[in-house]
Design a protein around this ligand. Structure first.
Ligand code: PLZ
Length: 426
């Protein structure tokens, strides 16, 4: 560290920010970034931070990955926009081909592109309602799906996402998410509750994250997601798997639900799909996706040519650099360091995850969530030059989302800081 955190130039910019940007837009670590690479963020005061956040799971291939920069620059020089539904271009089609190919299931698929995760989820629900002719949408505790009216309604955490922002979208029904550590959300109970409180014949779709992301990196019980998939099939409802945070190699497979042997009817992606450029997608069974009338899907910017060029580079980097294996490696290294703390550092209740998507849940006696401990750990890491994010319905989880290209030495250094902070702050 060159300066105290935040340094003088960041403080100057923070003052300008406060006069220009509303307080409602939060900030995790108020240092202003000047450049970033494969696992390092450098601020305007010359301080360097190890990046365990990847811009909330966006830069799996690293920040400013050379192949992404090159592809985006070339695309920008060719043309910056036409609107795909006015005059199409190849990049959009190529991204959809890759997604159709990589998404779970051998069946024929179709994809279309949007600008964000929330927009992808909105569209998945639109399609599910259209094809089923039903309106009820089942979502879960610990779920996060976005900040638009519908996706905020699907989200399971009032503060800060929902409080004061209602009324919410109708026909959203919330069920407990499977949480093995706290012993909630067993499959039979969830299904009984859907059938008795909503009615199987009313359900258009279930919208579910394969691992609850913002909700605290909660990994559901084995078989839980597959059980929901099975139920959907019998009920004539669609299963929408939200892979926005867990997808694109993060968990060691292209998509997390592959490890549950689940084939979604519709799948949403965004975040790391664009390697830092805004893009989201809905991928689904061809017979479902093709039902919607012409003109029923779209948007001005969806699948912008620069974002498509970036996404194509991301697919190539994940493949050519073996990043699925890297995710598993990062997971093994991190788990072996962190799981030693369970029972040793008093507040470390649970260490869990899949691949490079790992959460550390901090609790007091009787597994009562301890948000203060999580805040202390994060603050200590930040001061020591490690950017970590918190998560959780009770804000008591430290989550690890390092870029999959992070070199081993940086990962080790980051884990040293985190292990020290978990020991000291709990
Ligand atoms: N679905 C599973 O994780 C976004 C939220 C950041 P957008 N998660 C980061 C914040 O504070 O708003 C997310 C997600 C899952 C949907 C979304 C929404 O994606 O691209 O932010 O709209």
């Amino acid at each position: 560290m060159h300066t105290v955190i935040p340094g003088p130039r960041s403080l100057e910019l923070a003052a300008r920010r406060a006069a220009a940007v509303p307080n409602g837009v939060g900030v995790t670590l108020p240092v202003f970034i000047e450049r970033a690479t494969a696992g390092i963020l450098e601020d305007v005061d010359g301080n360097r931070f190890i990046d365990f956040g990847s811009g909330i799971s966006v830069t799996n291939v690293g920040n400013s990955a050379p192949a992404v920069v090159e592809a985006v620059s070339a695309a920008a020089e060719a043309f910056t926009h036409t609107c795909f539904q006015v005059t199409p271009y190849e990049g959009y089609v190529a991204v959809c081909e890759r997604l159709n190919d990589l998404a779970p299931g051998e069946h024929e698929k179709r994809s279309f592109l949007v600008n964000s995760g929330a927009e992808a989820v909105e569209n998945a629900v639109k399609i599910a309602r259209y094809v089923t002719g039903r309106s009820a949408v089942v979502a879960f505790d610990h779920g996060f799906h976005g900040r638009t009216l519908l996706t905020m309604s699907l989200t399971g955490k009032a503060m800060p996402y929902k409080r004061g922002f209602g009324p919410f979208a109708p026909e959203v029904y919330r069920m407990p998410y499977s949480d093995p550590f706290h012993g909630s959300g067993r499959l039979e109970e969830v299904i009984r509750s859907i059938e008795t409180t909503v009615g199987a014949e009313a359900v258009a779709c279930i919208v579910v994250e394969p691992i609850a992301g913002e909700g605290g990196f909660v990994v559901p019980e084995a078989g839980w997601l597959a059980g929901l998939a099975e139920w959907c099939k019998e009920a004539g409802a669609l299963l929408v798997v939200d892979e926005i945070q867990s997808g694109m190699g993060r968990t060691g497979t292209w998509f997390a639900c592959e490890q549950d042997e689940v084939v979604p009817d519709l799948m949403t992606t965004a975040k790391s799909l664009g390697g830092g450029l805004p893009i989201g997608a809905v991928t689904g069974r061809a017979e479902v996706m093709e039902m919607v009338h012409r003109g029923g899907l779209g948007g001005t910017f969806g699948g912008n040519p620069l974002a498509c060029a970036a996404a194509l580079a991301v697919f190539d980097i994940i493949e050519s650099q073996g990043l699925l294996d890297r995710a598993c490696h990062i997971g093994r290294v991190s788990m072996s360091r962190l799981s030693e703390l369970v029972g040793r550092a008093p507040a470390v209740g649970d260490v869990r995850g899949r691949g490079a998507m790992i959460g550390v849940e901090l609790v007091g006696p009787d597994r009562v969530p301890d948000a203060d401990a999580a805040q202390r750990v994060a603050a200590r890491c930040h001061q020591a030059g490690l950017l970590v994010l918190t998560a959780g319905t009770y804000s008591n989880v430290i989550r690890l989302l390092p870029p999959l290209v992070m070199p081993d030495e940086l990962l080790d250094d980051g884990l040293d800081v985190l292990v020290d902070a978990l020991g000291a702050a709990t």
